[in-house]
Write a protein that binds this ligand. Structure first.
Ligand code: TXA
Ligand code: MG
Length: 368
C-alpha cells in the first residue's frame, strides 16, 4: 500500500490565519470514503495527528492497533463532531460531562465515561468505559462527519515514539500502513489532550495536557462541589509503576529518544550552568551531545559543542509545548547519544510539558 498525502486545506497552509483556511472538501470526502470502507486515515487535530478508523467497527479498531504496533489493552479515543452524538456511545451522559463539553469542546479535553453497547470492546481495550473527545480542527470535524460521526484515533505514531505534530512525522512512522494522511500543516498545540475520568465519583485527571486542572475545576464549580483531590499529582506519578493504571496508556514507555536523556529542573540559572557543564563534558568524551531547551537557554550554549534543539521561548509556554515532540524526533535523526533537557516550572502548560519530558527521559530527572 502506498500512503497518499492529501492537503486538508486549500492553498498555503503554513503560517496562515487558522480561521481563514478553506477546507479541501474533495480530499476530506475521499478520506471519509476510505474510512467507511474500513481503511485507516491519519488526520490533523489541534493537539497532535490522529490515526483514524471507524470507532464502532471492531475490525477497524484491530487494524489501528496493528498499524501502530500498540498493545490491544491500551484503549482508543473516540472522536465526535456533534455534542448530540455523545448519547449514542455513552450509557448516560452525566451533567458534569455536559458542563465540561460546553466549556472545552471542541478542544483538547478527553472524557472517560461509561460506554454504551454500541462501542465494541476492541475500541476500548476491553474496558467498560470509553474515552471521548471533540477535536478543534475544522478538517478533523468535517472528516468525522463524513465518516458517519465516530472516529477512533490514537496519536498517529508507532507505539513508543513521540506523537506527530506534522504530516511528515506520520509518514516517518506509518508510511505504507495507512491509506491517507490529511496534511493540515503543523498542529497548534503539540501535546495530547487532557484526560478527565468522569466514570468515578470524584473526577480525576489521568493525563495532564494543555487544559490545566484549575480550568477543569472552574468549569465544574457550577456543580457546587470540590471535585478534585489535592493529591492527584502524586497519584498520577504513581500510576507509571502500576500494572493496572486507570489510563492504560500511562504504563507504557513513551516518547523516548534513542539517546540517554536527562532532565534538569530547579532554578533557571543553575539549570543553565549545569547543562553547560555536563554538555561540554559529554561532548569532550566523544558523545553526540544534544541540548533540548528554550531560546533563552540556547543563547548560553554556544560553546558546549552540543547540538542545540530549541523548543520555543520561556516567555511563551505554548511555544515550548508546540516544539517538543518535533525536537524529540529530530534528536534521533541527528544521532544524539546523550541528551540534556531543560526542565520547566511545573505549572500551567509547563506541567503537561514536564509530564512528557519525564516520560521521554524514563524518569531520569535531577533537581538542582
Ligand atoms: O490529543 C489526543 O488525545 C490525541 C488526538 C489524536 O486526539 N490522541 C491521543 O490518543 O493521544 P492516544 O491513544 O495516543 O492516547 C489515549 C490515552 C491512552 O493513554 C489511553 O490509555 C487512554 O487515553 N484511554 C483511552 N480510553 C480510556 C479509557 N476508557 N479509560 C482510561 N483511559 C483511556
Ligand atoms: Mg499516543
Amino acid at each position: 500500500m502506498i500512503t497518499e498525502v492529501i492537503p486538508a486545506y486549500l492553498g498555503e497552509v503554513m503560517n496562515q490565519d487558522l480561521g481563514k483556511r478553506k477546507l479541501n472538501m474533495n480530499g476530506i470526502k475521499r478520506a471519509g470514503e476510505v474510512l467507511k470502507a474500513g481503511g485507516l486515515v491519519a488526520f490533523p487535530t489541534e493537539t497532535v495527528y490522529g490515526l483514524g478508523g471507524l470507532a464502532l467497527d471492531k475490525t477497524s479498531a484491530r487494524m489501528i492497533y496493528a498499524a501502530k504496533g500498540r498493545p490491544s489493552d491500551n484503549p482508543l479515543i473516540v472522536h465526535i463532531a456533534r455534542l448530540e452524538d455523545l448519547n449514542y456511545i455513552v450509557k448516560d451522559v452525566p451533567v458534569k460531562a455536559l458542563m465540561l463539553a460546553m466549556f472545552f469542546w471542541p478542544g483538547p479535553l478527553t472524557m472517560i465515561l461509561e460506554k454504551s453497547n454500541k462501542v465494541p470492546k476492541e475500541t476500548t481495550g476491553g474496558l467498560s468505559t470509553v474515552a471521548v473527545r471533540m477535536p478543534n480542527d475544522p478538517a478533523a470535524l468535517a472528516l468525522i462527519k463524513e465518516a458517519g460521526g465516530y472516529i477512533a484515533a490514537p496519536s498517529a505514531n508507532r507505539s513508543g515514539r513521540p506523537s506527530p505534530t506534522m504530516a511528515k512525522h506520520v509518514l516517518e512512522d506509518l508510511n505504507g500502513k495507512i491509506e491517507i494522511v490529511l496534511d493540515g500543516g503543523h498542529v497548534g498545540i503539540g501535546l495530547e489532550s487532557t484526560i478527565v475520568d468522569l466514570s468515578v465519583d470524584e473526577p480525576k485527571i489521568l493525563r495532564p495536557g494543555f487544559i490545566g486542572e484549575a480550568e477543569v475545576m472552574k468549569a465544574l464549580a457550577g456543580d457546587g462541589k470540590q471535585y478534585f483531590k489535592e493529591q492527584h499529582k502524586s497519584e498520577e506519578n504513581c500510576e507509571e509503576e502500576d500494572a493496572h493504571p486507570k489510563a492504560p496508556g500511562m504504563k507504557y514507555r513513551h516518547y523516548a529518544p534513542k539517546g540517554e536523556m536527562l532532565v534538569l529542573t530547579g532554578e533557571w540559572t543553575k539549570i543553565v550552568s549545569e547543562i553547560e557543564k555536563r554538555a561540554k563534558e559529554a561532548f569532550l568524551a566523544g558523545e553526540q551531545t544534544g541540548v533540548l531547551c528554550s531560546e533563552e537557554t540556547a543563547q548560553k550554549m554556544s560553546m558546549t559543542g552540543a547540538r542545540v534543539f530549541i523548543n520555543g521561548s520561556l516567555k511563551d509556554p505554548k511555544s515550548i509545548a508546540a516544539g517538543l515532540f518535533e525536537n524529540l524526533r529530530a534528536m534521533d535523526e541527528a544521532g544524539c547519544t546523550k541528551i540534556f533537557a531543560e526542565g520547566y516550572p511545573e505549572e500551567g502548560v509547563f506541567y503537561a510539558v514536564m509530564n512528557r519530558l519525564k516520560k521521554a527521559a524514563g524518569g531520569n530527572v535531577v533537581k538542582l
